[in-house]
Ligand binder design. Structure first.
Ligand code: DC
Length: 231
């Protein structure tokens, strides 16, 4: 990390699948006018590339080679939202498929893969500040972040939200299947030996089960003010 980068504030927001951290991170970044790192999107693009290249999920070396030459870009889209490109191709929607998320949870477990994707994540730390959303943002990628949040919600609530999200998009969904997949993914993310999902020692815990997204965003912003990260 360069010396000038060190003075750029970072807020890390980690948590399990479906905890709402994606939305809380995006809205907080918008409110503060800061940059956003959606690290899950990076792992999802990598997972999509591995599926397309038919690389076995246990072939760590082939996966690490792929991670090392992943051509990923985030560019502004026509509606202001960010588009995700893989080798110049728009994969914004493709990476949101359940099978890609599930594959991401499998292929992200290897040390070499995580190492290959490390610098690309740290490069997001730019003025005036960064909101970093993921699983290991506070523990591994930005261990010196000024504010670390761990956002959680019960598995049932997370599955319910995911189910409603899919139905509202007209995508057929089965609540029990979603809950099962989510529990399996939690288990994989929490029990992997490298960079497991867990709160950093100095993280603030926010339980998002019974509060609105807006309330969660406000809590993060209040904490940012308390720590003098914003004026
Ligand atoms: O946040 P998400 O659902 O988009 O992430 C998809 C998967 O990517 C997640 O199950 C585990 C992996 N991931 C990771 O290992 N480390 C991160 N910082 C972000 C995501």
């Amino acid at each position: 990390m360069s010396k000038s980068q060190q003075s750029i504030p970072v807020i890390t927001i980690d948590g399990p699948t479906g905890s709402g951290k994606g939305t809380v991170s995006r809205l907080t970044a918008e409110r503060l006018g800061w940059h956003l790192l959606d690290s899950g999107a990076i792992y999802r693009v990598f997972a999509l590339a591995s599926l397309e290249k038919h690389i076995a999920t246990d072939d760590e070396h082939a996966l690490a080679r792929l991670a090392g030459k992943l051509e990923i870009e985030f560019v502004p889209g026509p509606t202001g939202d960010s588009l995700v490109l893989l080798g110049g191709r728009d994969v914004t929607d493709a990476i949101r498929q359940e099978k890609v998320g599930s594959q991401a949870s499998r292929v992200s477990q290897y040390r070499e893969v995580r190492q290959a994707l490390l610098e690309c994540q740290r490069a997001f730390q730019r003025f005036p500040g960064l909101i970093a959303d993921g699983r290991d943002m506070g523990t591994v990628i930005f261990p010196d972040a000024e504010l670390k949040i761990f956002l959680s919600a019960t598995a049932e609530e997370r599955a319910k939200r995911r189910y409603q999200q899919l139905i509202s998009k007209g995508i057929a969904a089965d609540y029990n299947e979603i809950l099962q997949d989510l529990l399996e993914r939690d288990h994989r993310d929490q029990s992997r030996p490298v960079a497991p999902l867990k709160p950093a020692k100095d993280a603030e815990l926010i339980d998002n089960t019974n509060i609105s997204i807006e309330q969660a965003v406000q809590k993060v912003i209040d904490l940012a003010h308390q720590r003098h990260l914003v004026g």
